[in-house]
Design a protein around this ligand. Structure first.
Ligand SMILES: [Ca+2]
Ligand SMILES: [Ca+2]
Ligand SMILES: [Ca+2]
Ligand SMILES: [Ca+2]
Length: 531
């Protein structure tokens, strides 16, 4: 792969490549049908700005023993970050704001925003070197003080963390808090255990909230290389993100804090974003006429929506708009992709593979991705709340978590589709195989198990990459130790293990029955009878 292509690939949010591949396939097949989108098939705007590019967001009840009263929220940035990219390693941008947002009352407006504002000092030990560190990086002298600096670190990054309420009032939770350094190599950061000790010193306590910021292993595993080659599925697939890192912000927040911010039913909606100052140079003097007004340049909720369901022509606008507008802006792309986008959209493409995927009237996807699962559908959902994971009336692409569900003892990577109510789309855990879940669901798996359609091929879809390249942590911040810049590879040799067959458990059947509720079933049957 050429450097240019690698960089483009690195800049595109993971699953976007599936969508691009689909579009390319159509361009090859019938160029005349897609002339408008052809002008948009270059990387969307945010791919020019990887440090502000959201890759994934996670929300789940903490799985660490004794932490069941807490929810872990994680947002990752910088797609396919090369661990050895020195001497000026990737770091959080000083001019961006990084946000994890929580809606407690279902109106798709944030009631709690956790906002990270980073500052990197270049040449903090000495400006008279080209190096990131001037010796082996050591633990801060006063680890209990978040502002105490690592030793020999010549480009330290720190941050201010604010918690902003729905009314706009904020409080500062941390100031000058250190970010974990890059895992450079044995001379700079020692053994893996020594590096992880450095990283652990970047987990801070802000009252009863735990906070971490720094590099981590990219926890999202997927065969982008196969997908990008015109959906060239292989078995086993190749974990394209193997050996790459991301930059992570993570919080562990007590459930009581959501309740204090207005949650009454145990359901929260979570999304992450990045903001940049909007710049405007409008006269010919040398003054900077740009204001300090911040503009959202990236966001993510569910791990499918902008990447594969939103057409290229709308992707930049998606990143700039707010979830509360999703009902009017993007619902039609999700529910009626055949009508709104035509044959080049993912779901019609999947129909080309299965021969049985409905391309319109996808109320099943509307419930999973935009509205949440309504009350009474799943007996496995615990608590006395009046919803399952439906947070409220406003359709929005946010990750909905019912935190009354305790973590499952044997987590199924297929989440709800595998009968595990503590996994995606009830929140999302770091190891959930969202590529397989999303592809199956988009192809009609939920409708199939209900019996609304006969589409067994939908159950077989997946990228045949079934696990991360390195083990996740069993404790906060859960994502694995970042790959070492000096000694890492992307050779994918760990992926020779045979594919694990994906099953749909009994609870999955119940889910399907509820999801497709009478409205969706009748809509699909009506469509079929018209055909
Ligand atoms: Ca709200
Ligand atoms: Ca990984
Ligand atoms: Ca709620
Ligand atoms: Ca997979």
């Amino acid at each position: 792969m050429t450097k240019t292509l690698t960089r483009k690939l690195a800049a595109v949010p993971a699953l976007a490549l599936l969508g691009i591949a689909a579009v390319l396939a159509l361009l090859v097949a019938s160029p005349g049908d897609f002339s408008d989108a052809a002008s948009h098939r270059d990387a969307p705007l945010i791919t020019e700005d990887p440090t502000a590019d959201n890759t994934d967001v996670y929300a789940f009840v903490s799985r660490e023993p004794g932490r069941q009263d807490y929810v872990t929220l994680i947002a990752n940035y910088i797609p396919l970050e090369e661990p050895g990219e020195g001497p000026n390693y990737y770091h959080f941008s000083d001019s961006a704001l990084y946000n994890i947002k929580v809606d407690t009352n279902g109106d798709a407006k944030p009631d709690l925003t956790y906002q990270f504002d980073f500052t990197t000092k270049i040449g903090d030990v000495t400006p008279n070197t080209f190096l990131y560190n001037t010796g082996k990086i050591g633990l801060p002298p006063n680890p209990a003080d978040p502002a105490s600096k690592y030793t020999n670190l010549n480009q330290p990054t720190s941050y201010k963390l604010k918690e902003i309420k729905g009314n706009g009032k904020g409080q500062t939770l941390l100031s000058n808090a250190r970010v974990a350094p890059i895992n450079i190599g044995p001379k700079s950061t020692g053994t893996q255990a020594e590096y992880e000790a450095l990283a652990e010193a970047a987990t801070h306590n802000a009252g009863n909230i735990k906070v971490f910021a720094g590099p981590r292993d990219e926890g999202f595993y997927v065969d982008l290389m196969g997908a990008f080659d015109l959906i060239n599925v292989r078995d086993p697939g190749v974990d394209t993100t193997s050996g790459f890192n991301v930059h992570t912000i993570a919080l562990e927040v007590p459930k009581s804090r959501f309740q204090a911010a207005g949650d009454t039913d145990g359901v929260i909606g979570v999304w992450a974003s990045a903001d940049r100052p909007s710049l405007k140079v409008d006269d010919d003097d040398d003054d900077d006429d740009g204001g300090k007004k911040m503009t959202q340049v990236s966001r993510i909720g569910n791990p499918l929506v902008n990447e594969v369901l939103i057409p290229l022509a709308f992707k930049d606008k998606y990143n700039a708009t707010q979830p509360r507008k999703d009902g009017q802006n993007i619902r039609d792309y999700i529910v009626n992709p055949g009508n709104s986008q035509g044959g080049a959209a993912l779901i019609p493409i999947l129909n080309g593979l299965t021969g049985c995927t409905p391309t319109n009237d996808r109320t099943d996807l509307e419930l999973i991705l935009l509205k949440g699962i309504p009350n009474g559908v799943l007996p496995g959902f615990a608590g006395n709340q009046d919803t399952q994971n439906r947070g409220g009336p406003v359709a929005a692409d946010v990750l909905r978590l019912n935190y009354n569900i305790a973590p499952g003892a044997d987590a199924n990577k297929l989440g709800l589709l595998g009968g595990d109510t503590s996994g995606f789309p009830n929140g999302r855990r770091v190891g959930d195989d969202v590529t397989d879940i999303d592809l199956k669901a988009a192809a009609g798996a939920v409708l199939h198990v209900l019996g609304a359609i006969n589409c067994p091929a939908s159950l077989t879809l997946g990228d045949n990459v079934n696990d991360n390249d390195v083990p996740y942590l069993g404790e906060f911040p859960y994502l694995a130790t970042p790959h070492n810049g000096y000694n890492h590879d992307h050779d994918h040799s760990s992926l020779s293990s045979p594919m694990v067959a994906a099953g749909v458990g009994g609870l999955g059947l119940l889910l399907a029955a509820g999801l497709v509720a009478p409205r969706a079933v009748s809509a699909i049957r009506r469509k079929e009878s018209e055909d």
